[in-house]
Design a protein around this ligand. Structure first.
Ligand SMILES: Nc1ncnc2c1ncn2[C@@H]1O[C@H](COP(=O)(O)OP(=O)(O)OP(=O)(O)O)[C@@H](O)[C@H]1O
Ligand SMILES: Nc1nc2c(c(=O)[nH]1)N[C@H]1C(S)=C(S)[C@@H](COP(=O)(O)O)O[C@H]1N2
Length: 176
């Protein structure tokens, strides 16, 4: 089973070319370091438009076979920040522990971590995880939650993801 992972940078400015797409590239770079299994990426840089975010997530999950979609940006309190709303709209189940853990870890770096409403959820067999848009937040948040992601994808009957244990200590319960 091919491991296909979707990366979506939600940013008005990056999508207009005003910012370089640093967060999206940081996600791809981090996954490249973590995974020893071969994987392919689906990639998008889009503005903070809820309908477009939902359509991009649906396309990556339903048509392009992504077992995992990671978003960056649009999780804060600003008027145009709607990534968590889009995530909830396309998911059947939410996994609030992801947001709780990422905020807790992020709080050790910046007090404004509480401003992120980042969450995670499941659409059919696809796990969707939100990260904040700050480039530094990408690695900090992924390091916190990625140990549980391969097992989550096992439970969704997706592909078996193997990682470099020195860089990413994945945890799978013994009984699995
Ligand atoms: N390429 C980048 N270089 C430097 N900082 C960045 C970059 N992309 C994002 N950031 C930082 O992360 C923050 C959040 O970015 P994000 O794009 O999610 O939200 P934003 O500030 O609301 O941008 P926009 O209004 O364009 O959607 C930015 O305000 C900025 O401080
Ligand atoms: N690890 C980490 N988390 C972080 C930050 C950060 O710099 N590092 N910035 C916070 C800030 S300032 C905001 S406004 C929120 C939301 O960011 P977003 O709208 O770019 O998603 O993420 C928060 N979480």
């Amino acid at each position: 089973m091919t491991i296909r992972i979707g990366i979506i940078n939600v940013s008005d400015r990056a999508s207009q070319g005003i910012y370089e797409d640093i967060p999206g590239k940081a996600i791809a770079q981090t996954l490249q370091e973590y995974l020893t299994s071969p994987w392919e990426q689906e990639y998008a840089v889009i503005p903070d438009e809820q309908h477009l975010i939902e359509q991009t997530m649906i396309d990556m999950a339903d048509n392009r076979g992504c077992c995992l979609i990671i978003t960056s940006g649009g999780t804060g309190p600003a008027l145009r920040d709607v990534t968590p709303e889009a995530t909830e709209a396309v998911c059947q189940k939410m996994l609030p522990g992801f947001g709780e853990l990422m905020r807790a870890k992020s709080l050790t770096y910046v007090p404004t971590a509480i401003l992120s409403r980042q969450t995670a959820g499941i659409r059919n067999q696809t796990l969707i995880v939100n990260l904040p848009g700050k480039p530094k937040a990408i690695r900090q948040c992924l390091d916190a939650v990625f140990p549980a992601i391969p097992y989550c994808i096992d439970l969704l009957e997706g592909p078996f993801i193997e990682c470099n244990s020195a860089i990413m200590p994945v945890f799978r319960p013994q009984s699995s």
